[in-house]
Write a protein that binds this ligand. Structure first.
Ligand SMILES: Nc1ncnc2c1ncn2[C@@H]1O[C@H](COP(=O)(O)OP(=O)(O)O)[C@@H](O)[C@H]1O
Ligand SMILES: [Mg+2]
Length: 325
């Protein structure tokens, strides 16, 4: 079986490989590690690249893969992650990861939270807006200070701020609306632990691999998993969960329920915070989470006796099972 590999690189969009401002795209190193893992699973591999390269192959009839391994994040709109799966759906090409619907909805943190709340999973209070009206300003004190301000449809902690005053809120909102152009989300700040839950599989076969807690190097809770902490790697990711098995199981169950509620495919990762009184709050879905070396998938996979390449293999098997190929 031949697998085509689709991804975006920073270079495709004019960013230098070491640029830390636009953080959505994977590194060339990760592309090569995933590529090697696909081959180690016995598949023939073609490095295709982004949606434009895929489109060219389809138009010129040079596409000759049996399925696509898709980690292309897309660029430029709130549907950016959905564009490549849409093209694949149009041409009826099997692929790993979620479809157009799953990819679009996972990028809208506000809508996702409203729906997640509807299945009785707690989320932080929030207000979503694209203009600073008096009505919005009046709702802010309900969130308490400090609170979180972030773009509603970005990732990689881009534009993330902890806001300490009304004056700072107005200043940062004006700046972020100009910079990111989409909506902003102001959210109650959940002080406590930062956790993330990798999931593999689809439907009844979906399974949470474990719970990863992200800590400062000295073992304390991180206040904010911001852009520089994500990039510079001075945090500890641990699969040891300090709140006990009951809460761990509850969070893993929540995560699988969210994955299946939205009908996500093959793998995803759910971000939560646990408040200081031990209550989990769901923050967001990552329907195209990082598969870099030492990511939560590799870490939790190891606990189940799987190597990195076997974990990637499970993602491919999940897609093959869905398509019956
Ligand atoms: N309501 C919140 N309370 C506490 N921390 C938050 C909250 N929202 C976001 N954060 C912090 O910001 C980080 C990034 O936010 P998140 O919603 O996961 O967006 P993304 O990872 O897509 O940029 C989180 O991992 C967490 O550290
Ligand atoms: Mg996140």
């Amino acid at each position: 079986m031949k697998i085509g590999f689709c991804y975006d690189t920073k270079g495709d969009y004019g960013y230098a490989e070491d640029n830390l401002e636009y953080t959505d795209f994977v590194s060339l190193h990760t592309i090569s590690e995933i590529g090697k893992a696909i081959e180690q699973n016995g598949y023939e591999l073609e490095y295709i690249g982004n949606v434009y390269k895929l489109r060219d192959q389809l138009i010129h009839n040079t596409f000759n893969c049996d399925m696509i391994f898709n980690i292309a994040e897309g660029f430029g709109s709130r549907n950016r992650e959905a564009i490549l799966p849409s093209l694949l759906e149009l041409y009826q090409i099997p692929h790993t990861a979620s479809d157009t619907y799953g990819m679009s909805i996972n990028l809208n943190k506000h809508h996702t939270k409203i729906l997640v709340n509807s299945i009785d999973i707690p989320t932080p209070k929030g207000v979503c807006f694209n203009t600073l009206t008096e009505e919005i300003i009046n709702k802010i004190p309900d969130l308490g200070f400090p609170f979180i301000l972030k773009p509603n449809t970005e990732g990689g902690s881009m534009g993330l701020h902890l806001i300490g005053s009304m004056e700072e809120f107005i200043r940062q909102s004006n700046y972020l609306i100009k910079t990111y152009s989409f909506e902003l989300l102001a959210e109650e700040y959940i002080k406590g632990s930062e956790i993330t839950v990798p999931i593999i599989g689809s439907g009844e076969k979906a399974e949470a691999l474990g719970v990863v807690t992200i800590l400062n190097e000295d073992g304390t809770d991180i206040n904010l998993y911001n852009n520089s902490l994500k990039q510079i790697d001075n945090v500890i990711n641990t699969t040891t969960f300090k709140y006990g098995d009951e809460l761990k199981k509850k969070i893993m169950d929540y995560s699988v329920r969210i994955h299946n509620f939205f009908g996500l495919y093959d793998y995803s990762r759910m971000d939560f915070r646990i408040s200081q009184d031990g209550q989990p709050y769901f923050l967001e879905i990552n329907a195209m989470p990082s598969l870099c070396r030492d990511c939560s998938f590799e870490q939790c996979g190891k606990l189940a006796g799987m190597t990195y390449y076997q974990t990637i293999g499970r993602i491919i098997e999940s897609a093959r099972m869905r398509y019956g190929i």
